[in-house]
Design a protein around this ligand. Structure first.
Ligand SMILES: [Zn+2]
Ligand SMILES: [Zn+2]
Length: 340
């Protein structure tokens, strides 16, 4: 089979790989949809290490086509529609037992990141314990989104305990920010979206943001204090990994407010006293979601009939991978997905 491979410095190649064979506790998936996530840009842009090639893609969704000999019928059966919690941990440490295998004490294998092959290919081998059922009402593309970006949006909102009478400020309207706008408004919150790209600002409006702010023409902190009658947002979420946005996201919450960072890249400097301590502000770092959190997100989407598929502005074939990633790299579109 052929798989989408980052060969370094923003170059992509479809390389040949052997079809995967399941280990005793693995299953083989036939991939139906494989989402593209902002995190993929790190692997895409960096120089190649010169030795290990891997198949990219950490938002897998498809059907089970082969099961290992020690996989029970309750874990997986042929033709099951599934998503993947894309971190394979040891299965026995405290964090794995709690469903947070990305925090595994033994160090998880992250699919599609260089530690394990990902989903931008016809087939993918995963540990059976990473599977999360895909309900029949949900499409494969929705399942792919929930497997990272959209699941992360739900995870951050739940971590923050967002309530229906609150105002949340969301910095960055990439696929994660757009999902936060969509879910946040469905949870009843008032959503203020901050984004530099005009295309993404109009997507944010369409996803339910009550206000959109262009931080290049309007100071976002002042605008958020205006909208909230001088109080500040109850909560903020920063998805862009940009210093200016992080700083504004902390300054724009109210006294006793909470700011949450979901983007992993870059650095952050701020003034501890005025920005945090003297306003009783809480600062949270949040990474994706647990395996049960992924299932909870799928349930919420199905029960509330949330149109996650409308996040996708670009659908690609594997042989269009080069164009797909150069488009993602412009960071002014909705979400992209490979359809197999
Ligand atoms: Zn573990
Ligand atoms: Zn991701």
């Amino acid at each position: 089979m052929r798989g989408v491979t980052f060969i370094g410095n923003s170059n992509v190649e479809l390389r040949d790989y052997d079809d995967p064979i399941p280990g005793p506790r693995d299953v083989i998936l036939e991939i139906k949809a494989s989402g593209m996530c902002g995190t993929d840009l790190k692997g895409y842009r960096r120089p190649h290490n010169g030795k290990d090639f891997y198949i990219a893609g950490h938002e897998p969704c498809g059907i089970v086509v082969e099961v290992g000999k020690h996989v029970s019928e309750t874990e997986a059966r042929i033709d099951d529609r599934v998503m993947v919690h894309h971190y394979n941990g040891c299965g026995s440490c405290k964090h794995c037992i709690e469903g947070w295998s990305q925090l595994c004490d033994a160090g998880p294998e992250v699919y599609g990141s260089g530690q394990g092959h990902g989903a931008h290919a016809k087939f993918m081998r995963v540990a059976a314990h990473t599977l999360v059922p895909l309900r029949s009402e949900l499409s494969y593309t929705t399942g792919a989104a929930i497997s990272c970006g959209t699941g992360t949006a739900f995870g951050a909102l739940k971590r923050l305990g967002v309530e229906g009478d609150e105002t949340i400020a969301v910095f960055g309207m990439g696929p994660v920010g757009l999902s936060i706008a969509q879910f946040g408004s469905k949870m009843g919150a008032r959503v203020i979206a901050i984004e530099t790209s005009p295309e993404r600002r109009s997507l944010a409006k369409a996803k339910g943001a009550n206000y959109v702010i262009d931080p290049l023409t309007n100071d976002p902190v002042e605008a958020i204090f205006d909208i909230t009658h001088g109080q500040g947002a109850h909560k903020s979420i920063e998805t862009a990994g940009v210093q200016a946005a992080r700083s504004a996201s902390v300054k724009s919450v109210c006294k006793w407010g909470t700011a949450c960072f979901v983007a992993g890249g870059g650095q952050f400097n701020f003034e501890v006293g005025p920005d945090l301590t003297f306003r009783q502000v809480s600062l949270i770092g949040h990474w994706t979601f647990s395996k049960t959190g992924q299932a909870d997100c799928a349930r919420f989407v199905a029960e509330r009939k949330i149109d996650v598929d409308s996040l996708f502005t670009h659908r690609w074939r594997l042989d269009q991978a080069e164009k797909a990633y150069s488009t993602l790299d412009q960071q002014n579109t909705g979400k992209g997905v490979f359809i197999l």
